[in-house]
Design a protein around this ligand. Structure first.
Ligand code: SF4
Length: 217
């Protein structure tokens, strides 16, 4: 797949994706609060959306600002976010990050990729999502779905999500940077599944060389 057809592919996704469920971080990010975007994204890593959603609700009912979260005992944070994946590590990182935000940034989340990447437990996926959803700034958030699908398309040929982000920054028209994650996360959850994607009902099929797909429905 090349940029000759990318506009058609994105217009198909714009029609299809609203029928699928919006990812949890997008739902939480509606109020555009960078701190809740940051924490909910940290919680969502390697965790089902329904588990993340319940954990966010429990945690934010106790504390939804860096000041309040930094003051919570670690055991309280662990109990609130259990059973998200790696909940003990995430509890430590969320509390440390909250403390740094208070000490270094006056309780605000920095609107800067490098400063975000310096926070404990914050990788490129999280930092990009905070820039996009928290600050309405440019970014390309690449998770496992964006990485897998753009490789199946042959739009990139990369080994890691980080390589995919860098390649997309070179080739993807900027008008799609913010949306690619919003589109491909639900598409990857409901249509272009990791194992045995639903190619027979996929409207992108005519544009997709299905690179690496061994089994499909
Ligand atoms: S045709 Fe199959 S592999 Fe290609 S995008 Fe659609 S579901 Fe994914």
């Amino acid at each position: 797949m090349t940029n000759k057809v990318i506009h058609e592919v994105f217009s198909i996704l714009a029609e299809e994706v609203p029928r699928l469920q919006e990812p949890i971080v997008g739902r939480i990010a509606r109020d555009r609060d960078p701190f809740t975007v940051l924490v909910s994204t940290m919680l969502s890593l390697r965790t089902k959306d329904s588990t993340t959603e319940a954990a966010c609700a429990r945690l934010f009912s106790l504390a939804s600002t860096p000041e309040k979260l930094a003051a919570l005992p670690i055991e309280t944070i662990e109990a609130a976010i259990f059973p998200v994946g790696f909940y003990k590590t995430k509890a430590i990182n969320i509390r440390r990050t909250s403390g740094i935000l208070v000490e270094r940034y006056g309780g605000r989340v920095p609107c800067d990729m490098n400063e975000l990447l310096d926070l404990p437990g914050v990788g490129r996926k999280t930092a990009n999502l905070v820039m996009i959803l928290g600050f309405d700034e440019m970014g390309i958030c690449v998770d496992t779905h964006v990485h897998r699908i753009t490789n199946r398309w042959g739009y990139v040929a990369t080994r890691t999500p980080e390589e995919t982000e860098m390649r997309l920054r070179e080739v993807l028209p900027r008008e799609y940077w913010k949306d690619i994650n919003n589109f491909l996360v639900p598409y990857g959850q409901y249509v272009c599944l990791p194992v045995s994607p639903y190619c027979s009902r996929c409207r992108i099929k005519g544009y997709c060389p299905r690179i690496g797909v061994k089994k499909s429905r």
